[in-house]
Design a protein around this ligand. Structure first.
Ligand code: AHR
Length: 661
């Protein structure tokens, strides 16, 4: 149908547009791209992800367990549990501690049921997300001297309506613990359900590891990961997965540091600890935040492998978080910490005849994980860090000379702590220095040229954590808006241009639960059923899926494009896909006309595409109701000879892809 607009309204529209953008659209900037000269190689694992169990990212997040405090090991053993209906009599339910017998998981629930039926209710992490038609897998460890107690399993919505039901009859008798499972289907969808066990009959039974998982885990692995969250990562094709943090590597004290050996093997033997984000921020308390390590180091390696990423573990260097206790291990007693690092390499790569390679094989992965690098320390600093790092480095390099080590440069990308480490680590020819920055948008824009003048030598930079914090608070309540993503994209053009220096980068943090976050902004937000990528997610994904192989020069008036006319740009060739890829952000509140002069012998095709991320509103967010508010729109572009003429929208980030022969 042809619609003819009234002439007057067309005139008014044109006039208004002219007033809004009077001059700029008419004078194209000439941007020169030199196609034939590779100025740096882009590492295949350049753009990765940072995973930490913060914001209920693992427990209560990607680790799909739905029962909170399944083994009664929280400081308050019945936290997350309640008893409703016909209160049991004194002594009918007890939490028993058998520390001698099972040091890693000492507590269990003892039921001595002689009276009326009663009901034990678990509230889930922030409720339980239940999907209509979905299978739910219940499992439990138990022992009973004689049969008698039957359990009815119920999923209930907040109005206590039953939306899923199964039953469990423990069928073995004896003094040993047994594991048994049963599955049932849900009849309705609800994001805030609860799980009940109604105890019927009479008898005695001991219970532990009361567990419920949805049937649709990633790759349908039993007791595995939330598929929607992994899929968002897989879609990014990240070059590496950094894990397990972050500050949880350090712990508030050394006793609560992350110890990978406690995170492998049967889940009932993984000794859980309090999550260091449990009480870190008074304004975001999370008293029910613990690390069960159901997502442990084997699963991390497996996840990285599943999504085609390199694994990048970060290990404790013998120092607890310096903002908390600052506890350090005595140098005389650092041996076990170093041994953990050596053993991890063997666990990942060792032949199955080695002690730790054998363990990996027993867990179901005889093939090595091909681990190539590891971080020693997270955000540690000072001479104490340097002396501990030296011991690790000597031991690891002696056994694995080609293994790459990532060294910390502390918490900030400038200042005395940074300078001390940056200077010393470079003198010591560090493989990688890990830089972290959580800064406002204008810092990101000002630092788009940061690496243009960095030394070109053997020490490379890993930008291991970064995010724009739109307000000045480092830990704000702000979600990722378009302003933060656009500033990230602008800085990232500077990382890409300097891919010979900055060889890896990861945005942080990755996940946040809408009802359980401690730190914001974050790249991906989830509730109990859904997840969405923020504008930053799309920026990261555009870089990662268009990383190219070779950096080429892109200039405006013969200079790197680091803010002239509020433009930021980088360009790469992908020699495998045979594509020229130009990334350019327009931080101006007006459209800008650009003529790209695509100089060189490389024969470009005359059609390409542009993926455009744009919003006129810098405060624009994505959300559960509008997950694609800021998301890429792809259109076809025309190249005439060696020229591409285009107009960049105000506040836009654009990825032009032009195939060549
Ligand atoms: O990403 C959140 C936190 O920021 C990390 O745990 C820590 O390394 C940094 O301070």
């Amino acid at each position: 149908m042809k619609i003819i607009a009234p002439v007057k309204s067309v005139l008014i529209t044109c006039f208004t547009a002219f007033l809004a953008f009077p001059l700029h659209a008419q004078s194209p900037k000439l941007i020169k791209v030199k196609l034939d000269q590779s100025i740096a190689k882009v590492q295949p694992n350049m753009w990765g992800v940072f995973f930490e169990d913060i914001n209920f990212g693992a427990d209560g997040g990607i680790y799909a367990e739905l029962i909170k405090n399944r083994s009664f090991e929280f400081a308050k053993p019945l936290m997350g549990w309640s008893i409703s209906r016909n209160r049991p009599q004194e002594g009918e339910i007890l939490v028993v501690n058998r520390k001698q017998e099972q040091a890693a998981n000492p507590r269990y629930l003892q039921i001595k049921k002689q009276t009326d039926d009663f009901e034990l209710v678990n509230e889930g992490f922030k409720g339980i997300g239940v999907k209509k038609g979905m299978r739910y897998d219940f499992s439990v460890m138990y022992r009973q001297s004689q049969p008698g107690v039957k359990m009815v399993l119920l999923l209930k919505d907040p109005d206590k309506k039953v939306i899923g039901q199964g039953s469990f009859v423990p069928d073995e008798v004896g003094n040993d613990w047994k594991k048994q499972s049963v599955s049932f289907l849900a009849t309705e969808t609800n994001p805030k359900a609860k799980f009940s066990i109604v105890f019927q009959g009479k008898g005695n039974i001991d219970l532990d590891m009361i567990s419920l998982f949805p049937g649709d885990t990633w790759k349908n692995r039993k007791q595995g990961l939330r598929a929607d969250m992994v899929q968002l990562l897989a879609d990014m094709k990240p070059g590496f997965v950094r894990f397990p943090g972050g500050c949880i590597v350090e712990g508030t004290d050394l006793a609560n540091r992350y110890q990978w050996k406690n995170t492998i093997g049967p889940i009932e033997d993984r000794k859980m600890i309090v999550n260091r984000w449990n009480n870190e921020f008074a304004h975001r308390p999370a008293p029910d935040y613990y690390q069960t390590f159901g997502l442990g180091f084997f699963e991390y390696f497996q996840l990285a492998e599943d999504i085609g990423s390199d694994a990048l573990p970060i290990l404790n260097c013998g120092m607890a978080c310096q903002f908390n206790t600052g506890e350090v291990v005595s140098l005389d007693e650092i041996g076990p910490y170093v041994q953990d690092a050596l053993d991890l390499i063997e666990f990942a790569n060792g032949d199955i005849t080695t002690t730790w390679g054998k363990k990996r094989a027993e867990l179901g992965h005889p093939k090595p994980f091909n681990l190539k690098m590891m971080g020693v320390g997270n955000e540690n600093w000072g001479p104490q860090y340097l002396e501990r790092l030296a011991i690790f480095t000597k031991a690891i390099k002696a056994k694995y000379p080609d293994f790459k080590l990532i060294n910390s440069s502390g918490t900030d990308p400038e200042g005395d702590r940074f300078s001390l480490l940056n200077t010393s680590l470079r003198e010591n020819k560090a493989d990688f220095i890990d830089e972290h920055y959580y800064r406002p948008a204008d810092w990101f824009l000002k630092n788009a040229g940061r690496y243009d003048t960095y030394p070109r030598n053997e020490t490379k930079v890993f930008v291991g954590e970064y995010a724009v914090h739109a307000d000045k608070n480092v830990i704000g309540s702000n979600r990722n808006n378009w302003q933060s993503a656009l500033a990230s994209a602008s800085l990232m053009t500077g990382l890409e241009r300097n891919a010979d220096v900055v060889q890896m980068a990861s945005y942080a943090p990755l996940f946040a639960h809408i009802d359980g976050w401690q730190w914001a902004p974050d790249m991906i937000w989830v509730d109990n059923l859904q997840s969405y990528g923020t504008p930053d997610y799309y920026v990261q994904k555009l870089f990662s899926t268009n990383k190219g192989t070779d950096v080429v020069s892109i200039t405006l008036d013969n200079k790197n494009i680091i803010g002239q006319n509020e433009l930021y740009a980088s360009a790469v060739l992908d020699k495998g896909k045979k594509e020229l890829i130009i990334k350019i952000s327009n931080n101006a509140d007006r459209p800008q006309s650009i003529d790209f002069d695509l100089d060189g012998k490389t024969k470009l095709k005359n059609k390409g595409t542009v993926d455009e991320l744009a919003s006129a509103d810098l405060n624009q967010l994505n959300s559960f109701t509008n997950p694609g508010a800021v998301s890429p729109k792809t259109t076809v572009i025309q190249i005439t000879g060696k020229k591409l003429s285009t107009t960049l929208k105000p506040y836009s980030f654009n990825v032009f892809k032009i195939p060549f022969n």
